[in-house]
Write a protein that binds this ligand. Structure first.
Ligand code: ZN
Length: 252
């Protein structure tokens, strides 16, 4: 992927990841994660300086490879311009707690956020929920407030544990991955799973999730690395087609 639209061309490997991370923001908007200028993803700096966080006051759909700031684990801005999101401690504390995680996301997708206000647990009624077969999706209930302090961030990280995502009660979600692809898919699948489960609950029809053993086995079969890459390429093609269509309509 091209890196010509980023300021960080002095390190092409970072520029390339930030370009992909910017696309992940726009893909998440396309998949229902947008909420005005709220929501942000971050990438762990490969040189150990901290993490690259989307700058504030931008909607997910507006993010380009230029729109990131480098902060250290105490929130000091080391590079880049623009506002630092108030909820930076959510990113730093999850990264500190999970050394294998390189990408963290936080957003307010409509269905997941409504779901976060219930006491129900995400269950494997549909295959999107099977993504979370190993650890489930824990729910953080200490506060419904935004996560603006390091102790609160650490507490979210503790609730997240080894999971791919966490519901922040009456607020939104956080999701993680070893790379951009995994984190974005965690966010996308959580929103699809929450939407399906809310629809099922609202239907009034009797329902029953598949058993745990089948779910674990299905997870292995339907989400191998090959499938993850395939889905990620699909979402990238979908975004490109959408943006080309919008650019054409703007010209006409
Ligand atoms: Zn938030």
């Amino acid at each position: 992927m091209a890196s010509s639209d980023t300021l960080y061309s002095q390190d092409e490997s970072i520029a390339n990841v930030l370009h992909e991370l910017a696309r992940a923001h726009r893909i998440l908007e396309m998949e229902g994660h947008g909420d005005m200028s709220m929501g942000h993803l971050s990438y762990r700096d490969p040189h150990g300086r901290g993490l690259w966080l989307k700058q504030g006051n931008l909607g997910l759909e507006e993010v380009t490879g230029r729109d990131f700031i480098l902060i250290d684990f105490d929130g000091n801005v080391l590079e880049g311009q623009g506002l630092r999101h108030l909820e930076w401690p959510l990113h730093t504390e999850i990264m500190l707690a999970r050394p294998e995680v390189n990408v963290v996301g936080h957003s307010h997708p409509f269905h997941s956020t409504v779901f976060s206000a219930t006491t129900a647990e995400i269950a494997p009624y549909v295959n999107h929920a099977v993504w979370f077969a190993d650890h489930g999706v824990p729910r953080f209930t200490e506060t419904s407030h935004i996560i603006t302090t390091q102790p609160l961030g650490a507490s979210v990280a503790q609730t997240l544990g080894e999971a791919e995502a966490v519901l922040l009660a009456n607020h939104g979600v956080a999701f993680v991955g070893r790379n951009v692809k995994e984190a974005a898919l965690s966010g996308i699948f959580l929103e699809k799973a929450a939407k399906a489960q809310l629809a099922l609950a609202a239907s009034g029809l009797a329902h029953d999730p598949p058993g745990a053993a089948e779910t674990i086995e299905k997870h292995r079969v339907i989400y191998p690395e090959r499938a993850r890459s395939n889905y990620w390429m699909y979402f990238n093609r979908k975004l490109s087609a959408l943006e080309e269509r919008e650019a054409r309509e703007f010209r006409d």
